[in-house]
Design a protein around this ligand. Structure first.
Ligand code: UTP
Length: 310
């Protein structure tokens, strides 16, 4: 595809209408996407990743009890005045950095959480005829260059659709969307692998590879032609993977191993791991956090030895 035919990616969809059942009762009223990893909520981490990749229009697919998400990115005059009057300029900077400018935030609702594919379909009218990114807020990727930026760099060469992938243990393929590259592989970085097929949650014996789709996508608007059929797939949900699979062979479709480390912050264990990973790199508290982890680990070892000796 020549550069002139490749439309830049300026829009991103953030599906945030799920119920977050794995975090109940914490998410009974509080949206899962507002749970903090270190000093900012999940949704802000992915917003920053999208902004770094050149995204200008941020589309939230929200549902009931999710108003806090849009509030978080709004101008908060009382808070800003208070911080200003107390001379807390560092904090003021941080607050301002999480504000979206006028005309940048767009909202659409998903009345019932019928699946990721359905959530993305709810944004169809806002996407119009443009390529767009999708970022799942509960997948955090810690990387020197944001994962979406890495994908945009690949997209600017290939056009079409680009998905980020990483290896999962063979015996766990039944939990993930798995990519078929016909055996082709490429190291993490800026090079992609052409995708031949996608399978949602395959049994390990049927899985075409161990490369899993992880929650970052650049898609062409033609995906809506397939989502609008509202076909249900694995788990009785309308799956994005199934609609994407129908684009393969018709448009460029590339998988990219990203540089960095992903955290499934939608699970309780992944959430704790992400908090440790982000807090241990925090300029203010990182040293203390790392020391705390070491102390905690050595205490666990001592406890285990004492238990074994008893
Ligand atoms: P998840 O499946 O991880 O989120 O979807 P969930 O359903 O809220 O969580 P559990 O499994 O019940 O704990 C990934 C993202 O897609 C959104 C979720 O809000 C989450 O950010 N999502 C999922 C929707 O917006 N709509 C859906 O129908 C499903």
């Amino acid at each position: 595809m020549s550069d002139s035919e490749i439309k830049p990616v300026r829009k991103a969809v953030f599906p945030v209408a799920g119920l977050g059942t794995r975090f109940l009762p914490a998410t009974k009223v509080m949206p899962k996407e507002m749970l903090p990893i270190n000093d900012r909520p999940l949704i802000q981490h992915v917003f920053e990743e999208a902004r770094e990749a050149g995204i200008e229009e941020f589309i939230f697919v929200t549902g009931r009890h999710k108003n806090m998400l849009e509030e978080h990115f709004d101008f908060q005059p009382e808070l800003e005045e208070t911080l200003e009057s107390r001379g807390k300029h560092d904090m003021l900077e941080k607050i301002r950095d999480s504000e979206m400018g006028a005309g940048q935030l767009f909202l659409t609702r998903q009345p019932r959480p019928l699946g990721l594919g359905h959530a993305i379909w709810c944004a169809a009218k806002l996407i119009e005829d443009d390529p767009f990114a999708v970022l799942l807020p509960d997948v955090l990727i810690q990387a020197p260059t944001g994962c979406l930026k890495q994908m945009v760099d690949v997209y600017n060469q290939t056009g079409g659709n680009v998905i980020a992938v990483e290896d999962v243990p063979k015996e766990l393929t039944f939990k993930y969307g798995i990519v078929d590259t016909g055996g082709e592989d490429a190291p993490a970085g800026t090079k992609g692998m052409p995708v031949k097929g996608l399978v949602e949650k395959p049994d390990p014996k049927d899985a075409p590879s161990t490369m899993s789709v992880i929650g970052r996508y650049i898609l062409q608007p033609e995906v809506f032609d397939h989502l609008s059929a509202f076909e249900t797939g694995a788990g009785g949900e309308i799956q994005l993977t199934d609609a994407m699979d129908k684009l393969i062979g018709k448009q460029p479709f590339t998988a990219m191993r990203f540089q960095g480390k992903s955290y499934d912050s939608g699970s309780r264990l992944g959430f704790i791991q992400a908090n440790l990973a982000y807090a241990s790199k925090d300029p203010e508290i990182g040293d203390d956090v790392r020391q705390t982890i070491r102390d905690f680990a050595s205490q666990l070892d001592k406890d285990a030895m004492n238990e074994a000796a008893e």
